[in-house]
Design a protein around this ligand. Structure first.
Ligand code: CA
Length: 228
């Protein structure tokens, strides 16, 4: 699964440099030049990570980070702050506003991308290509393969992403709207009922191996992947 990285940066040269390095790493770059532009993208689809410049025209990067952390829907998006400031107090302020990491300009693109990968691995494990195992299932994103108690099972692309997300986020309840954000990435054009359809297909695929019980319905809340 390709991670979408929203770059909020008003300097075109830096935007371009970042977009180039992001695509070289196999991710997709989305451009925004200020906080309003960033919200337009976020309202449409949640990015997997935000590279956020501190100094923006209008609302600052720190203010945007605070708003993202205060909103239930955007609270968990990983943020890396780009800052020209080297003052220790400013770094602390950046981290206190909710950034996961920060990098000081001028930065080395290689170092920045290493940090992007590290933050994604930590905060968005469903973006990783590492094999995950849980409850008798073994899922390999790189090979696009799922092994259920020793047998290969076939899943459609959406069910595959859904199962990958569940396996990397076990024992937690997700609402339909959260699953749309996390698995479909599209907040606007997909109906919540769609989630139920794909959950049903996923359970049907797991049923022959008696593993359909891993995907649990939590009445009034949503769904949970649980090995208990
Ligand atoms: Ca700037």
């Amino acid at each position: 699964m390709t991670a979408n990285i929203l770059v909020v940066e008003d300097e075109p040269a830096i935007q371009e440099l970042l977009a180039f390095n992001i695509s070289q790493c196999g991710y997709r770059a989305i451009e925004a030049y200020d906080a309003d532009g960033a919200w337009t993208h976020i309202n449409h689809a949640l990015p997997d990570l935000i590279l956020l410049d501190w100094m923006l025209p209008g609302s600052s990067g720190v203010e945007l980070a605070r708003r993202l952390r205060a909103d239930q829907r955007t609270r968990n998006i990983p943020i890396i702050m780009l800052t020209a400031r080297t003052d220790e107090r400013d770094k602390i302020l950046g981290l206190e506003s909710g950034a996961d990491d920060y990098i000081t300009k001028p930065f080395s693109p290689r170092e920045l991308m290493a940090r992007v990968r590290a933050v994604l691995r930590r905060r968005a494990p469903q973006m990783s290509d590492e094999t995950v195992a849980a409850g008798g299932l073994e899922l390999s994103p790189a090979m696009h393969r799922i092994n259920a108690n020793g047998a290969m099972i076939d899943l459609g692309p959406t069910e595959f992403r859904l199962l990958h997300f569940f396996m990397t986020h076990p024992e937690r309840v997700y609402s339909r709207s959260q699953l749309l954000d996390q698995v479909w990435g599209d907040h606007v054009f997909v109906e919540e009922r769609t989630v139920d359809v794909h959950i049903r297909r996923l359970r049907q695929a797991l049923e022959p191996y008696s593993l359909d019980g891993l995907v649990q319905t939590v009445r009034g809340s949503g769904y949970r992947f649980s090995c208990n």
